[in-house]
Design a protein. Structure first.
Length: 258
């Protein structure tokens, strides 16, 4: 594991593997390197990319410096891009998409974006989002995880299947960061997306529910330079073996062969 120091002094743990253009993978809510589907994807991408996987602040091997703000997470990505020493592509999964969008909107040196099912809250219900964040702040551990997953629409049978598994226990260990993702969601709207100039590929799973595919469509429609594509998959997920060639083609579209 390596470490970069963010602007506010927070130490961010990361790992770097592979050869080729820089690509940073950004995890979803409750996920970090030791509890993530992105490891398999990274392994498939390292022959063509220098892949950076990191723990978002407050998770895994990264420190936390309160109070939280989405701008601090953008600064974490800025530190990683500086470490890469070249423009980076970003791949975001779920709430990781929102962070990728903020980074590109903040004029970080982002070359291209790929987003898998961004949970864009475009209904304008600010009061509802604030109440959701406040409730997350009052809950801890498994109660916070259960509330979060239920409210964002994870099917009940999937939540039941997660309980008492290593994945569940890992999410419980970083339950306090779920409120961070809610704040990130509240801060992501059309004005942010309008500032994103990087070419972007927005993906959705053909096995997802209408709300998730609809948010992907809305995101693509609000971005100045986006294309959208559906891929075979399950609810809110696409197999790494399906994702890897799609990412590779899009991210290398404007580069010389490596």
């Amino acid at each position: 594991m390596s470490v970069v120091t963010s602007r506010d002094g927070t130490r961010i743990g990361y790992q770097r593997d592979g050869v080729g253009p820089a690509l940073i993978l950004i995890d979803a809510a409750g996920h970090f390197r030791a509890n993530s589907p992105l490891g398999e994807l990274a392994d498939l991408l390292t022959p063509r990319f220098t892949v950076y996987r990191y723990d978002r602040r407050g998770r895994g091997d990264s420190d936390d410096t309160p109070p939280y703000a989405p701008e601090r997470e953008v600064e974490d990505l800025a530190a990683l891009i500086a470490e890469a020493g070249e423009p980076a592509a970003l791949y975001g999964y779920s709430s990781g998409c929102l962070l990728a969008l903020h980074a590109a909107a903040a004029d970080l040196d982002v070359r291209r974006l790929v987003l898998l099912e961004p949970p864009l809250n475009s209904d304008g219900d600010e009061a509802g989002q604030q109440a959701f964040t406040a409730q997350l702040g009052r809950l801890t551990g498994a109660e916070a995880v259960t509330f979060f997953l239920t409210e964002i629409g994870v099917p009940a049978h999937m939540i039941s299947g997660m309980r008492d598994t290593p994945h569940w226990n890992a999410m419980v260990s970083v339950a306090h960061t779920l409120a961070y993702d809610s704040l990130l969601s509240a801060a992501t709207g059309p004005a942010v997306l309008a500032r994103v100039r990087a070419p972007t590929l927005v993906l959705h799973s053909d096995g997802s529910s209408d709300d998730l595919t609809g948010m992907a469509a809305t995101t693509a429609g609000l971005l100045p330079a986006a294309e959208r594509r559906g891929l075979p998959g399950e609810w809110h997920g696409v197999p790494a073996a399906t994702l890897a060639p799609v990412l590779t083609e899009f991210l290398l579209r404007d580069t010389a062969p490596h």
